[in-house]
Design a binder for this molecule. Structure first.
Ligand code: GLY
Length: 359
């Protein structure tokens, strides 16, 4: 078992990583939430048929009373009306303030369920059991929970830390290759912003079988980096911004593709490549870095370039929650393994984007 502790004052929790962990979920949740009698388990229509049986059996063996809530798979479920349905369902189940909620699924289930747990009865215990690579290395750790609004993604949300995160690498065996590669964009991001040795380790393993052979180490390293960042800046007022490397431009690509043409991972991958080129143009990033990132992503079959009009860039930059006032803070690399926030006027960023070499 690999264990990481997110040591936040008064809200400390463990991330447990081990193959086969789903079938032991009950005993670990019992230890983390000792007073709970009832657990509401939320999953989606893809993950439920695969894993809810194992998890529910384990929870019942540990003495919990359970109810399963299954939402349709996909980003569309991350909305206020689905959230309200969960609230009503939790109340019909008879959930009390000492009980808990379990999120069993990818990022959509984790974000939606996390926000439901944060708000029902002014907050009940939350356990995250992420089942995609993206959710394991990013959204299940750090406490960002949200639903989407018509005006944009993640606009209604909270910081709400889980009591426990259970990560079973075996669930990635059933994850299809595009979703796995999608998650790898975030994995490679951690190497780019924090750990050059980890970047090289990943670049030397350009296939799912090679990466799965070391998946415990990969999950541990990503979660350890995220944990360190979150412990220093839980509420995203400074350092946590480095996790957004590739995301500001990625947001532009997601918008340009109306959120259907490009997945989050593809948009972030292309966003990291473009940010590396921008960094070179701004004399922040060494010239060899873009090619190294493109090679690491490209050898996995990941996207490294997405075309985007200036209007789309402008819209994305203007609306970006991470921006403040007239200036925008873009995350750049001053070397592989180290990120630096660069504040600049939005118009200057647009000019730089216009000058980027097209491919
Ligand atoms: N996904 C970025 C963060 O958790 O801050």
């Amino acid at each position: 078992m690999k264990t990481l502790t997110v040591a936040l004052p008064g809200r400390e929790y463990d991330i447990l990583i081990q193959r086969g962990l789903l079938s032991q979920a009950g005993e670990y949740i019992r230890a983390a939430v000792p007073r709970a009698v009832k657990l509401a388990v939320v999953t989606d229509s893809n993950v439920g048929p695969l894993y809810s049986g194992t998890v529910l059996d384990s929870l019942r063996s540990a003495g919990f009373e359970t109810a399963l809530f299954t939402v349709p798979a996909g980003e569309k479920s991350k909305n206020p009306s689905q959230l309200a349905q969960l609230w009503e369902g939790f109340m019909e189940f008879g959930l009390t303030r000492t009980d808990g909620v379990v999120a069993l699924g990818g990022g959509v289930v984790g974000d939606l369920t996390g926000f439901a747990a944060a708000t029902i009865l002014r907050g009940v215990a939350l356990v995250q059991i992420p089942t995609t690579l993206l959710a394991q290395v990013d959204s299940s750790v750090g406490g960002k929970v949200a639903v989407d609004l018509k005006a944009g993604k993640n606009l209604a949300g909270a910081f709400y830390q889980p009591r426990l995160v259970l990560m079973d690498p075996d669930v990635l065996n059933t994850l299809d290759l595009p979703q796995f590669i999608d998650g790898m964009a975030e994995v490679i991001k951690y190497g780019c912003i924090w750990d050059a040795e980890f970047f090289d380790f990943l670049a030397a393993r350009p296939s799912k079988p090679e990466l799965m052979a070391d998946i415990g180490h990969i999950l541990y390293t990503c979660c350890d980096i995220k944990r360190q960042v979150v412990m220093k800046d839980e509420l995203d007022t400074g350092l946590r911004m480095v996790l957004n490397f590739g995301h500001t431009l990625g947001h532009a690509y997601e918008l340009a593709g109306r959120y259907v043409e490009w997945s989050h991972g593809e948009a972030v991958a292309a966003g990291m490549c473009a940010a590396a080129k921008l960094g070179v143009a701004l004399s922040v990033t060494p010239p060899e870095v873009p090619q190294k990132i493109e090679a690491a992503l490209g050898s996995l079959g990941q996207v490294t370039w997405i075309s985007c009009s200036m209007e789309e860039y402008a819209a994305a930059i203007g609306l970006d929650k991470k921006g403040a006032g007239a200036d925008i803070t873009l995350i750049l690399l001053d070397k592989i393994g180290h990120a630096v926030p660069c504040k600049m006027p939005r118009v200057r960023l647009l000019e730089q984007l216009e000058a980027l070499p097209d491919r």
